[in-house]
Design a protein around this ligand. Structure first.
Ligand code: G4P
Length: 532
């Protein structure tokens, strides 16, 4: 694949609820990009990875993907970088952070289910940064809900205006194709008969083609024409600028399983998706076109390969050009470093890279010097604005079973906290028994497993009944004001900021009512203090 500076980059992530079809869609995007030749290999690669990656034993046992990676595929002269976010119900903060490295997101919705819980959470995270969101309504090959009803649900639940780019012709076994509202063409698909393993046959017809009633069925075609007319009367065209500003979501229909609608999606998404965005920093907006190289770390992953106890740090390139072997400045450490064995991920295979440009993601071996949020530059030093920490939703008190392994316990914990596996909260005087907060409950299992296998520490984990953390700010925001008064528990985060843990929406609501002058933040910036 071309990696030269002139190939446009589009960097995005897919957000969805488990089972909406993210793995299937990812695979089909790779198929249409020519990155794989027969669908089915992503799952197979995943299975292979299970065989080689040991700490992922847990992942294998649970049959889920905890880790995320970056996939690239080319399409029509554009290079897409797809940031793969962990998709299981028990997703982690990694999922959120990965979104901060994407320039846009594709919201994948199961046509039978509509907007589901996890989609909603991830949507809100995108909204925090005004990340543009396109919508792909999937599984049209199965009986689903009415497309108008689905769009209304998205608008009502997510408060974003939907503008269909294409429109489905039929549904379930009668799903024959889509009508492209921009070109006014009808795209009719024919099943290849190999369960969507290879590219599907697509015929492009004019909307007035006399064969259409016969091809899609007379009643169906009449219905589609009425629907198209209705959409046209509403008179809304897709406004790419409004999408890029996060004001509307362009909506596509299709079936990742049968490949119907994949190509029409890619063909438009290529033009709609924004180029690498400028990013806020201590010296103002950093533009992708700036000459000096800059990048930030959005994810650190330990022991992807058990043979190396190293970690892999994932960095998103924001400006300039990266060349293999070059020296860069690690701003927090104030030190020149050489990035070791930079890798990219091609259809889940890792390859060493020579060059990378804005929008690209590099994985570098990390002997322990990178933290989430670190800025890497050449030229003048600056720091990118912090990657936020999000409110965990599950909490537990943790204690080492064997007090003599206290040192390893502290070391292991701080490593895992640094990686972003969990957040740590303490009460002054009770530092020996910290409270850990995670976004998905599975992270507790990951923590227990890793503390045991990597640090030889067994722990007692006592689940706590809290479900929300709020960083509180304001004159009245003191630990005493909240502690012991039934709101929840007042603790301090790893940067010494006051956090209140609430048991329910209800107790949070009461506290908000009782303390109108206090601000309750759902996120906290990760402080990137310079090293001493
Ligand atoms: P996820 O990563 O979002 O969790 O979803 P995944 O792609 O694994 O898909 C979940 C299930 O939905 C799979 O079925 C998959 O085949 C099915 N699916 C995905 N896209 C479509 C689609 O467009 N139409 C239909 N009808 N089904 C779709 P499964 O039975 O769990 O697995 P499998 O036996 O098919 O592998």
């Amino acid at each position: 694949m071309s990696t030269d500076a002139h190939t446009p980059r589009r960097t995005f992530a897919i957000i969805s609820h488990p089972d909406a079809g993210k793995t299937t869609l990812t695979e089909k995007l790779l198929l249409y990009g020519g990155a794989i030749h027969l669908a089915g290999s992503v799952r197979a690669a995943r299975a292979r990875r299970h065989a080689t990656s040991d700490w992922m034993e847990l992942e294998k046992q649970r049959g889920i993907s905890i880790t995320s990676s970056v996939l690239q595929f080319p399409y029509a002269g554009t290079r897409f970088n797809l940031l793969d976010t962990p998709g299981h119900q028990d997703f982690s903060e990694d999922t959120y952070r990965t979104l901060t490295a994407a320039d846009c997101a594709v919201m994948l919705i199961d046509a039978a289910k509509g907007v589901e819980a996890q989609t909603r959470k991830l949507f809100q995270v995108c909204r925090l940064r005004n990340t543009p969101i396109a919508t792909f309504i999937n599984k049209l090959d199965r009986p689903g809900r009415d497309p108008f009803e689905l769009m209304t649900e998205i608008e009502q639940l997510l408060s974003i205006h939907c503008v269909p780019v294409n429109w489905p012709i039929g549904s379930g076994t009668g799903f024959r194709g889509v009508y492209d509202r921009l070109s006014h063409k009808v795209l009719v698909f024919t099943r290849a008969g190999d369960h969507g393993q290879s590219v599907v046959n697509m015929e492009e017809l004019s909307v007035d083609d006399p064969r259409l009633p016969e091809i899609v069925g007379e009643t169906q075609w009449q219905m589609t024409r009425d629907e198209i007319e209705l959409l046209d009367t509403a008179g809304e065209d897709v406004d790419v600028q409004a999408f890029r500003e996060g004001k509307i979501t362009p909506v596509f229909f299709g079936s990742a399983m049968t490949n119907f609608g994949i190509e029409p999606f890619l063909a438009r998404f290529k033009d709609f998706a924004p180029p690498p965005a400028p990013r806020a920093s201590s010296r103002g907006l950093v533009q992708a076109s700036d000459r000096d190289f800059s990048a930030f770390i959005f994810k650190v992953q330990a022991n992807m390969d058990k043979a190396h106890r190293d970690r892999v740090a994932f960095m998103r390139v924001c400006s300039g050009a990266f060349q293999s072997g070059m020296w860069v400045k690690h701003v927090r450490l104030g030190k020149e470093v050489r990035l070791s064995r930079p890798q990219q991920f091609f259809a889940q295979e890792r390859t060493l890279v020579d060059e990378a440009y804005p929008g690209d993601v590099l994985g570098v071996f990390d002997p322990g010097m990178f933290r989430i949020g670190d800025t890497i530059v050449t030229g003048e030093s600056f720091t990118f604005d912090a990657v936020p920490r999000f409110s965990p939703e599950h909490f537990a008190r943790l204690r080492a079973k064997d007090p003599s392994r206290r040192k390893q316990f502290v070391q292991g914990l701080s490593q895992l906290v640094e990686e972003g596996t969990a957040q740590i909260f303490t009460v002054p005087g009770q530092e020996q028994q910290p409270v850990l907060g995670v976004v998905g409950q599975l992270q507790f299992e990951v923590l227990e497993h890793r503390l045991k296998s990597e640090y030889g520490v067994e722990v007692y984990l006592e689940l706590l009944p809290y479900s929300h953390a709020r960083w509180v700010e304001g004159e009245e925001a003191t630990a005493d004001a909240f502690e012991g008064r039934g709101y929840g528990a007042a603790l301090y985060d790893q940067d010494g900021k006051l956090v209140v843990l609430f048991k329910s929406d209800w107790s949070l609501g009461i506290a908000e009512r009782d303390f109108p002058k206090v601000t309750f933040h759902t996120t906290a910036p990760i402080l990137i203090a310079p090293s001493k």
